[in-house]
Ligand binder design. Sequence first.
Ligand code: GDP
Ligand code: MG
Length: 474
Amino acid sequence: MFDNLSSSFSKIFSTLSRAKIVTESHIDDAISQIKLSLLDADVDLKVVKSFTEGLKPKLLGQDVVKGVKPVEMIIKITQDELAAILGSDFETIYKPHGAKKVIMMVGLQGSGKTTSTAKLALHLKSKYQINPIVTSLDFRRPAAQEQLKILAQNNNISIFEDSTAQDVITKTRHCLDASKNHELLLLDTAGRTQIDDELMQELVEIKKIAKPDEILLVVDALIGRQSLDVAQKFHDLLGLTGVILTRVDGDGRNGVALNIRHTLGVQIKYFGTGEKISNFEEFHPDRIASRILDMGDVVSLVEKAQELIDEKETTDMMAKMQKGQFDMNDLLKQLQALKKFGGIGKILGFLPGAAHLKEAMNANGMGKDFITKQEVIILSMTKTERSNPQIILKSSSRLKRVADGSGTKIADVNRVLNRFFEMKTIMDKVAKTNPKLAADPNAKLSQGDLMSLLQGGGAKKKSDLNPNKKRYKF
Ligand code: GDP
Ligand code: MG
């Protein structure tokens, strides 16, 4: 996400960091580069102007702080200004122990309303340990109600269905009555490819009856600048309380995030970064600014890990790792956990210097299907082989069978095995050099250490497995 903007900012700052003294002309250059990259990312001209005009005096007026490099000051100031454009601090839309809340989702057809309804319900359910209920008020597309039902069922979200109601208004009334025991009701509504009066009238009626506490507009980040007109119309008619931005994962020009708050005065609350139900995050302007500037967002990464990774499983695995018992079955579990995250690329997106790291990964054949490929290879091994992978290395017929079974080449299988042994070598080393850690199953490596252990290296030759050779770059 924000990849294009991140790599532009990354270049601008690295040019600045090479300058011994930062002069006004350096700053002017940087500002005009920033202007161009924002315009290129589809940020509205008015927003760009307001941003850069506010930025320049602050950059020029900066006090020289001892021990802080000029470029670091510039990054910090730019980050604060960017965060201010993106909105004020994130505020949750659900407060525990309050009265029941109703959230109404609106937006154009295909913007991601139905998916985001399920994503938001699941996110709030796991964050606050509540039991939200969703319902579809889309009577326009025949499969719309079914789509929400499947999403809800697959993710253990309560859903209100009503075979008697033949129209939106009746179903709205019924679901309000039926959801009394739920802390939260989420209403998914119909959309059109373009705004039309009939649809708007329907939404106004729903609002009158349901009296929602929040009306969230779902906006597809890929449609760029024209999304502003659409958002303005929805806002004028319904009075939006927030925005959910979807498809921030796309390669598109995600500058729309900067337009919305500045132009409408409505805050972006959440954003979607993929089709998976877990690809959903709170929109914290300061953290997003940091990601756009390629400075990483470790806080969100840790929060996401807590949401997705099973605590007990992690502790068990840590204990095995610390005792040197980590095997391919555990690696498989870890790969599957990484997949839940949406892959290594998604994790990298949270880390400082992500733009460079991603390029390096792709160049090393660790791109998009890196995890899936490893997973298929491990799945093609027998249980015995997974617990004791050395036997595969010793037998060419086993190697061939695993390669054939996974539709890969022997070299690919070797690569996975080598990577595994390499990890094991590091783990054993960690256990040996940290006897306290090995003795105490409750002692924990940080999530970051865990991830780097698991994806460390990328050995190509057997000699690479030598732990004294430093090649663990993550
Ligand atoms: P609706 O018509 O507004 O209800 O839109 P849907 O929820 O049916 O979404 C339309 C399509 O967009 C579906 O295929 C979703 O999987 C996809 N989608 C929704 N949100 C995201 C997102 O954040 N990223 C990506 N890549 N796809 C998304
Ligand atoms: Mg829908």
